[in-house]
Design a protein. Sequence first.
Length: 226
Amino acid sequence: MNEEQIQVYTLNKLQMYDECPQKYKLCYIDKVHVIENIQKLKASKSGTNLHNIINSYLKGMDVQKLVAALNPNEKLLWHNFKNSELKNMHCLESEYTFNLKLDNYWLTGRIDALFENSGSYIILDWKTGEKFNPEQVKFQTTFYLLCMYEILKAKNYIENTTQLSLYYMDLAANSCVKIHFDDDLYIKYKNQILEIINKINNSKNLFCNKTDKCKLCKYYRVCPYY
Ligand code: SF4
């Protein structure tokens, strides 16, 4: 590889390799394009609408007309957002895109929002779909906490890991899953991310991780292992 070539790793790229190296190969090396299931597309459009309204609201814009145009289910999610515990916290960033250097690699990503509350910093992620399960976003948790800790530490906003946490706001269930950070998790998450990057760079055999979840994989129909 050209030494001057910058290697950039996104959440999606690292997560996909972690889930299944074969899936990573189909997406990023073979560049296979598959069309998402129509129901999933509809749900994701609805989630995007709400994310956009929340983002505009947090940026201080008038969203009344946008809220009035939401369907009843979306209005309920909006109501749950407006009445959550966040109303007492200070929003520092909304739809925040970040880039940071971790050892010799660049990581890039975007969080929904960053809040501050009495000297602690909270990464916010809105979940608008049904049946949110934090186990399914474990890698996202790893990526967000590690990256935002490095960024906030570099900016001298925080001094220790315990000042950072990640909240998943499940708007459909009107509940919040709070994930706390500490020194042990910092070491674990950093090693985990660097290990995946090393595997991506050194792996010649992009094997499959056949699991019972393969039928839910969007590459199932084109996967050579089936
Ligand atoms: S169907 Fe299974 S083995 Fe094939 S790419 Fe998807 S997750 Fe990997």
